[in-house]
Design a protein around this ligand. Sequence first.
Ligand code: PLP
Length: 372
Amino acid sequence: MPRPIHAVVHTQALRNNLRVVQRSAPDARIWAVVKANAYGHGIERVFEGLRGADGFALLDLDEAQRLRTLGWRGPILLLEGAFDLRDLEWCSRLDLWHTVHCEAQIDMLAAHKTNVPQRVFLKMNSGMNRLGFVPSQYRAAWTRLNALPQVDEISLMTHFSDADGPRGIAHQSAVFEAATADLPGERCTNNSAAVLRHAIHADGAAGAVGPASDWVRAGIALYGSSPDHPAHSAADWGLQPAMTLCARIIATQTLELGDTVGYGSAFVADRPMRIGIVACGYADGYPRICPTGTPVLVDCMPSRTLGRVSMDMLAVDLTPVPLSGDGSEVTLWGAAANAAVLPIDDVAAAAQTLGYELMCALAQRVPVQVEN
Ligand SMILES: *Cc1c(COP(=O)(O)O)cnc(C)c1O
C-alpha cells in the first residue's frame, strides 16, 4: 500500500473560482496565471477547470509547450518575456505573446528573424520597482517597439504592489494612466487582489478606483486562496479550495501529564490525552514552522497539531475526536469529506506565510488525484 497521503485537485472549484473572477471583471478578458506549474497544482491537472479562461499566463517555455500539447490554441503570455534570443524563436514556433520589460528585450526583438510579427505586452514600472520601464522612459520604449517589423500589437501592462492592502492601487493607477493616456493598445493591470478588491462596477459605484483593464491576470483566486487574507477569507469572496492535502493517522499514543511529543519535546501534555501520528511532514510540503495549535481536520472535525513537524510525520490532538484513531483521515488543508473546509490561508497564517507558498511547495512525492 502506498504511504497514506495524497492531494486532490478540484476541477469544479477551479471552474467556480474562474466564474468569481469573471463576475468581478465582467468586461475584461482573463489570463489564468499558471506559472510555477499552476501554483503547485500541475498544469495538466488544472487545464480542464481553467480552459474557460481567455488565455494562460506563465513564465517558462516548457510550461507553454505543455499547454500547446494539451491542445490549447488560444493566447499564452510569458510574464517575464524572453530571457534570450532563442526564446523568441520559441515564441514564434509556439505562437506565444510576451512581456517586454527592458531595453535588452527590445534589442532581442530587433535581432529576431521572423516573418510573423509578435504580440507584446510592454511593462511599466509604476512603483513596484521590480520589472518594467519607468514612466519617463515608457513612451520611448513604445515608440521603438512600434517601429519594429517584428512587433505586431503592443499592449500596455503594469503590476500593483499593494492591491491586497491599505495602500491600494490608486497611486500606481494614476501613474500608469498619466503615462499611457494617448497610447493605443489594450491595458493589462489587475492581479487577483486588484480584480476582487478594486472591481470597476458597471454603474461606476464605489470601489471604482482602478484603471480599465482589458485583460486581468488572475492567479491565487483561481486556486481558492484569498488574495487579501485575513481582511477577507476565501469564502468571503466565494472562492473554493482547488487543492486538498490529506493523510491518515498511522499510529496513536496515550500521554500522561508531563509527557512530551516529538523532536525538542516542544509539546508537553498538561493532562492525560490521546494523540494521532499523521503520515505528513515537511518533506511533503507541510511547513515545519507550523507551531502547536495549527488547525487540522480529523475525520472532518476541527483539531490541532502538537509539537514539531518532522520530515515524514506530525502529531495531532485526538481530544476533540475521541472516536478517531488509526486510519482516520486528516485534512491538512482544503476540503474534507463532509464539505467541511480548512482554508489553506489559515494554515499559511500559522506558518507566517501565504496560501501561495504552501500550494507551490506541495512536494513531488505526494500523489495527486484530479476530482471532477
Ligand atoms: C503571478 C502574477 C500574477 C498573479 O498574481 P495573483 O496575486 O496570484 O493573482 C499577476 N501578474 C503577474 C505579473 C504575476 O507575476
